[in-house]
Design a protein. Structure first.
Length: 434
């Protein structure tokens, strides 16, 4: 089951939000217990002195004229009782049921501070006289809900911008990931286009340099292999000539078989490296695949029994006939090699479907274990670890067949099961020449 992928930018944004939330809690807690308490203790005497000054200004008993002048001079509404209720403006607030903080001034006056849904109210009691001081401008504003909504919208806007900024910052991650996947799949000519001067740019340049080094290393290996293969042809030819003049016998035949196997190995090596080069030169011609396969079976495999399931002649495809013969020859040799005498003969099928040529070679041999299927088309890979001659060739046949299919723009796949035989399927997209 494919694991769910997590967004790095989303996780980073969540980390920022969590950090901001925790910082807000820490700051709030520190301010509340470290600053608010001290500030309240420091401010309380000043507030009490201010209230004492206001009450002295109003007088005892309260004087209406002095209270009116004080209310005009300060943003303050004053209400008191002097036989009857007097107010500098409006009606006295109702304080029934409100929670109050009490304090006693230096002259014994008892004051209570109320925080209502509207304004703050300070009530001072001197004997039978009650004075209410209501500061103006501290009421809850009608615009408070709008301010809260705008604040939330502002926070969401900042978070959205932060998210897009983080995504833009980490955008090269996807480019690097897809580029590395293409390079890892064999596209060594692909390069990462990340024009940044930060760590992502340095990483992309390092990956491009690594791809250049790998490509140069593989090219050097290929050139060395081609050079060695060419150099070995001359001594092999001389050895064959000398073996031909030996007296007939088992030793001579065994030597000639070994020389033939070496020549086949060198030929397949050279052909494989030619097809895997940067510029693959295929000699494409208009070919009838049915006639090509029938001719190959009648010639090379005339003494073997092979079941044919071919399309009727008359369909012409653009193929390299020499390379296709080599591909089919290797597949049929493998099938015959691994088919027991008592088993049904191998089958060769070919048909064209939707501008695609499909070729299948099926045998009824012992089959191949699942753990070996993924490596069968690699050079010198064989399902039999003993590498006995009777169990197969040199391990290049399937590799060369896959290389030929890929050079034509196609694919080669293998399906097998122990005890149920093996099927090799080649799919080559080709234009149809009618």
């Amino acid at each position: 089951m494919r694991r769910r992928r997590h967004s790095l930018s989303g996780r980073l944004l969540a980390l920022f939000l969590l950090t901001a939330f925790l910082l807000a809690i820490v700051v709030r807690t520190g301010f509340r217990y470290g600053v608010e308490g001290n500030f309240r203790d420091l401010a309380k005497p000043h507030v009490a002195e201010y209230i004492q000054h206001l009450l002295d200004e109003i007088g005892d008993p309260p004087d209406r004229e002095r209270a009116a002048r004080l209310a005009e001079r300060l943003p303050l509404d004053i209400h008191f009782t002097k036989g009857e209720i007097w107010s500098s403006g409006g009606h006295p607030p109702e304080l029934i049921g409100d929670h109050a903080h009490t304090h006693e001034l230096s002259d014994g006056t008892r004051i209570e501070v109320f925080r209502r849904h509207g304004p703050f109210v300070i009530r001072a009691t001197r004997g039978e006289q009650t004075v209410l001081l209501v500061p103006r401008g501290l009421e809850t504003s009608d615009a408070a809900p709008l301010v809260v909504v705008l604040t939330l919208l502002g926070v969401l806007t900042v978070l959205t911008l932060s998210y897009h900024a983080i995504r833009r910052l980490f955008r090269p991650v996807e480019t690097i990931r897809s580029g590395v996947a293409r390079i890892g799949s064999g596209e060594l000519g692909h390069r990462l286009d990340v024009r940044r001067r930060d760590e992502f740019g340095e990483l992309a340049r390092s990956i491009n340099a690594m791809a250049d080094d790998i490509r140069e290393m593989l090219e050097a290996k290929r050139e060395l292999l081609l050079a060695v293969s060419h150099e070995l042809r001359s001594p092999l030819t001389r050895a064959r000539v000398r073996a031909e003049v030996l007296d007939p016998g088992p030793a001579r035949e065994a030597l000639l078989d070994d020389l033939n196997e070496l020549e086949t190995l060198l030929g397949e090596l050279l052909e494989s490296e030619r097809l895997r080069g940067r510029h693959v030169a295929l000699d494409r011609q208009a070919v009838d695949p049915t006639e090509l396969l029938q001719e190959l079976v009648r010639g090379t495999f005339a003494e073997s029994h092979i079941d044919l399931g071919l399309d009727p002649p008359g369909t012409w495809l653009s193929l390299d006939p020499v390379r296709i013969r080599l591909l089919v020859r290797n597949l049929l040799r493998n099938a015959l090699q691994h088919t027991p005498p008592e088993a049904p003969p191998p089958a060769l099928a070919s048909h064209v479907d939707d501008h695609q040529w499909i070729l299948e070679v099926t045998d009824h041999g012992p089959g191949i274990a699942t753990e070996h299927l993924g490596h069968l088309t690699e050079p010198f890979s064989r399902a039999d670890p003993s590498r006995q001659r009777a169990s197969g060739g040199v391990g290049l046949g399937l590799h060369l067949a896959r290389t030929i299919a890929e050079a034509h723009g196609g694919t080669l796949s293998i399906q097998s099961e122990l005890g149920a035989g093996t099927r090799v399927r080649v799919e080559i997209p080709v234009p149809i020449n009618e």
